[in-house]
Design a protein around this ligand. Structure first.
Ligand code: GLY
Length: 410
């Protein structure tokens, strides 16, 4: 079989390595839609998804695996299905669970899935009245996709008001023409990945994402500075999550959700139970790096079973040891990361059996340079995995390297 993998970051690098382990495919039969450090051959150039699908069909590709959210929101899977190519990724309609916060809120409301109280706004004249209905400053969220930057957590009502005006005035272009004001919840956050084949929901145990830039959960919100898998759960928490996932499965069944892909529930554990903060329709980065490292089995076989509507036959299992991912980022991230510095000592990773997944990295004549905010994901599974990861994190050198020193199971 031949597979096309869409995306070129650390998440897709981890997916690529996981697919490569499958006995069902050979390295030369994995194709890429974007060039990346791990994707230097079998690149299919394209000017639009229609052309990409046509070229993929001509090459004999039978499965598309989509990493990031944008192509899903733009309908890449709908187009590939027209060419009889199976897809792992939501169609355009269901991608709205991520690409439209108001769509997701309406879905949760309809199926009585617990989520924070919210108000949708598309006019600045309604901001004052909307703010007055909250007892604490609400979270301001762009309705659409804003490259992970469209959420603002104000400390005061004045900050909330300014942010709401800025969002509606076009801070994130079309994505913030509509916004959500949402009650701020307190609790620990968990990421749960579920696979859905149109009939069955198969969920992985929760993973922890370390979203804040600095140790102790301080600093700015980022795409994720590290992950640990699995999360430690009390019986109450495990029960809450099971109940939530049953509700989600029923909601998808009742909605006749006709796609084959991933649903990532961003959950928050509050005193009175679990709430959904957001849905994403793809694997989370960097959570999936640790989740896939722990995964025992053939992920490509799981994907194929999904496309055959046989997810009910799939059993998944994970290492009994914990898995971790520590992200090495470049100073200035997440606002304006510095780029262009040589990355040295990568060979230490191999010595310590730590996997390196490339994100914001450029290769010029066999040398690696920083080229983005999150640069590398360092991943390992095992009782002492963190010691090895932090040993490697210290040894790898590039100007402006930053990373959290407090990634752990929690
Ligand atoms: N780790 C958060 C995300 O992938 O959106």
């Amino acid at each position: 079989m031949k597979v096309l993998l869409f995306g070129s970051g650390a998440r897709e690098h981890a997916l690529y390595e996981a697919v490569l382990k499958s006995s069902l495919i050979k390295k030369e039969d994995i194709y890429f839609a974007q060039t990346g450090i791990f994707a230097q051959r079998n690149i299919i150039e394209f000017i639009n998804y229609h052309q990409l699908a046509e070229k993929s069909r001509d090459i004999g590709i039978t499965l598309l695996i989509v990493g990031p959210e944008e192509p899903l929101a733009q309908g890449i899977c709908d187009i590939f299905m027209q060419f009889d190519i199976k897809t792992i990724g939501a169609n355009k309609y269901w991608a709205q669970l991520e690409s439209s916060k108001s769509f997701a809120k309406e879905f949760m409301h309809k199926f009585e899935i617990k989520t924070a109280k919210y108000i949708t706004l598309d006019s600045p004249s309604a901001i004052n009245n909307a703010l007055a209905s909250f007892s604490n400053p609400p979270v301001i969220k762009a309705d659409g996709l804003a490259a992970g930057k469209g959420v603002y957590l104000p400390e005061t009502f004045d900050e909330a008001k300014i942010a709401a005006f800025e969002f509606l005035a076009g801070k994130f272009g079309k994505a913030s023409e509509r916004i959500i004001l949402e009650q701020r919840l307190a609790g620990r956050e968990l990421s749960v990945f579920s696979l859905w084949d149109g009939k069955t929901l198969l969920s992985f145990p929760p993973a922890c994402d370390f979203k804040k830039l600095s140790d102790g959960d301080n600093g700015e919100n980022t795409g994720g500075m590290g992950s640990a898998f699995p999360c430690r759960l009390s019986d109450f928490e495990a029960n809450e999550i099971d109940n939530y996932l049953s509700k989600l499965e029923n909601a998808l069944k009742k909605s006749k959700a006709d796609f084959c892909g991933v649903i990532y529930s961003g959950l928050i554990m509050c005193d009175d139970g679990v709430y959904v903060l957001e849905y994403n329709m793809r694997f989370g980065d960097p959570e999936v790096q640790s989740v896939l490292d722990s995964f025992c089995g053939d992920i490509l076989d799981v994907f194929l079973k999904m496309t055959q509507g046989k997810l009910n036959e799939v059993k998944i299992s994970f290492s009994e040891k914990p898995s971790y991912c520590v992200v090495l980022a470049s100073s200035g991230y997440p606002v304006s990361p510095r780029k262009g510095f040589e990355i040295l000592n990568l060979e230490f990773a191999q010595k310590c059996k730590v996997k390196v997944f490339f994100a914001g990295v450029k290769k010029i004549e066999n040398k690696f340079y920083t080229d983005g905010g999150r640069v590398l994901s360092l991943v390992k599974t095992g009782e002492n995995a963190l010691v090895d990861i932090y040993n490697v994190a210290g040894k790898i050198k590039f100007s402006g390297k930053i990373y959290r020193k407090d990634i752990k199971l929690r």
